[in-house]
Design a protein around this ligand. Structure first.
Ligand code: LLP
Length: 495
């Protein structure tokens, strides 16, 4: 049989994980901000504002963020961890990881909701300063901080500088000393635990640019790990106040096991260092990395579940070691901002190609199919692409999409949403069923684009970076203006 048309059946070209949805117009709730729904005309709305109205006022492509959803997710992390750790260390300091998405408005929401802010560059510190976040509620990360960044952190009396290497520790100590200051320092350790999505691996050695290795032979000093050498050095500097230890084991993690293993390893090390050097390390940061739903098969855990699993390990390890529990902090980025936002695109050209099921990525042809049986794949081009979402290209990340400006009763077409860049890898959504009648002028919404999309955006092919709109209580306002052609030409110094 040669299937020449889209029909109501699942496509053999679809990857195994992608199910044919019962209703193409339905919204799979875990992927969307609360407050995103269809109105009576079938048009997607956010807190009552329709995508048609957003398109008219702000154009496309556009990042559309629900402010109330952002605030609710920020609060739910803070509340869940505070509750789970209340009896252990009186609560948890939650640092929102600004690298996932940061602008002045977001920094103020973070502070309003009782969170702190984690930055990783002078630029991010500048946003924090502009938002009026007090230095004591800020942290600074980075494996190669410049002297200017360290000075800026000291100007702001930063709550913590997370030191990444022995080199940097010495530099921070020197700069602080020359200023007659004491730098508040955490040491970033690499516990040998790497997690990604559903799995984690634990190794003794670290072959990566971040952090101080805990492996015993990681320095030339026989038997002393880089981590221990850093603890010893930090306690010897008058210009350094060593607050504690830090680790971050990965990103887009669903299962709490990896966090638990890292927490236990750091607590044991912390206890050993306190005993050996007669010091107190009052703080332990367990990083970020909590996963979100990009497609219907992603099943993130609620913050309370992760918090309780981590609290259980901290509680039992401290009890076993007779250790006064340090104050715990975490650094979620994606899990707070990711699902608050969708990208609104306008569809343009479309085409249908025929693909041999055997040749399609990850597809398996049904038993008995002739080799030359082909199936249709619809390409729908949108007015953005890899310049506003580099994640599919960088990480093979999967996304989903819906027809946003209307509903449709058309048959499902296995579709690939692609951008407008001069690059064949410029894919926004690799595999999704969209109604077959999606055509130029329709609006598409891609959920889960709050984290690491605007933040990683570029001007490839001289595309202007999109703006970010925040919707709250039925009103939309720009929190980041989209670029114009003039912006693009401004820095070109001319002939
Ligand atoms: N803390 C540290 C030290 C980090 O390096 C990161 C992320 C976070 C916290 C926040 O992690 P989150 O909770 O957002 O997963 N661009 C990649 C992700 C890079 C993550 C970098 N570090 C992506 O788009 O998947």
């Amino acid at each position: 049989m040669n299937t020449n048309d889209f029909n109501p059946a699942a496509s053999p070209l679809a990857p195994e994980w992608l199910e044919l949805p019962a209703d193409l117009n339905a919204l799979h709730a875990p992927m969307w901000a609360a407050g995103v729904q269809r109105n009576n005309d079938g048009v997607l709305t956010v807190d009552g504002v329709s995508v048609d109205a957003l398109k008219q006022e702000f154009g496309t492509p556009l990042f559309v963020m629900s402010e109330s959803d952002f605030r609710a997710r920020a609060r739910s992390f803070k509340d869940a961890f505070d509750e789970a750790f209340a009896d252990i260390c009186g609560g948890v300091d939650v640092y929102y990881a600004g690298k996932s998405f940061l602008c002045t408005a977001v920094a103020t929401w973070v502070a309003d909701e009782g969170l702190r802010l984690d930055t990783c560059s002078g630029g991010e510190l500048a946003v924090a300063e502009r938002a009026g976040i007090p230095g004591e509620n800020l942290s600074l990360h980075g494996n190669n901080k410049s002297d200017a960044e360290i000075n800026r952190a000291l100007d702001l009396n930063l709550g913590r500088i997370v030191v990444d290497s022995l080199d940097e520790l010495e530099r921070v100590a020197k700069i602080a000393s020359s200023r007659g200051q004491k730098a508040k320092v955490m040491l970033r350790l690499t516990p040998g635990v790497h997690a990604h999505t559903h799995e984690f691996i634990a190794t003794a050695h670290e072959d990566q640019k971040f952090g101080l290795s805990m492996a015993e032979d990681s320095t030339e000093e026989a038997g002393l790990s880089a981590a221990e050498e850093a603890v010893a050095a930090a306690t010897s500097y008058d210009s350094v106040e060593l607050l504690g230890l830090h680790c971050h084991i990965g990103s887009q993690i669903f299962e709490p096991d990896g966090f638990a293993v890292a927490a236990e390893k750091l607590l044991r090390f912390l206890a050993a260092m306190q005993d050996k050097y007669g010091i107190t390390l009052p703080e332990l940061d367990l990083g970020g990395g909590y996963g979100i739903a990009y497609t219907p098969v992603d099943t993130p855990r609620p913050p309370a579940e992760i918090a309780q699993a981590m609290a259980a390990v901290v509680r039992s390890t401290c009890a076993e070691l007779g250790l006064v529990p340090p104050r715990i902090s975490i650094e979620p980025g994606r899990a707070i901002v990711g699902s608050t936002t969708f990208t609104l695109y306008e569809a343009g050209t479309r085409k249908t190609v025929r693909v041999d099921a055997e040749a399609a990525d990850g597809a398996v042809s049904a038993a008995g199919d002739a080799v030359n049986v082909t199936y249709p794949r619809r390409y729908v081009s949108v007015d953005g692409g890899m310049s506003d979402n580099a994640r599919p290209v960088l990480y093979d990340a999967d996304y989903s999409a819906v027809l946003a400006s209307r509903t449709s009763a058309a048959v499902p077409a296995l579709s690939r949403v692609v951008g407008k860049h001069c690059e064949s890898g410029d894919i926004v959504v690799r595999d999704v069923y969209l109604p077959e009648d999606v055509a130029a002028g329709d609006l598409l919404a891609v959920p889960g684009t709050g984290a690491y999309c605007w933040a990683l955006s570029s001007n490839y092919n001289y595309l202007a970076r999109p703006g970010v709109v925040a919707v709250r209580d039925g009103a939309a306002r720009l929190i980041v203006r989209g670029e114009t052609e003039e912006d693009l030409l401004n820095r070109d110094m001319g002939a």
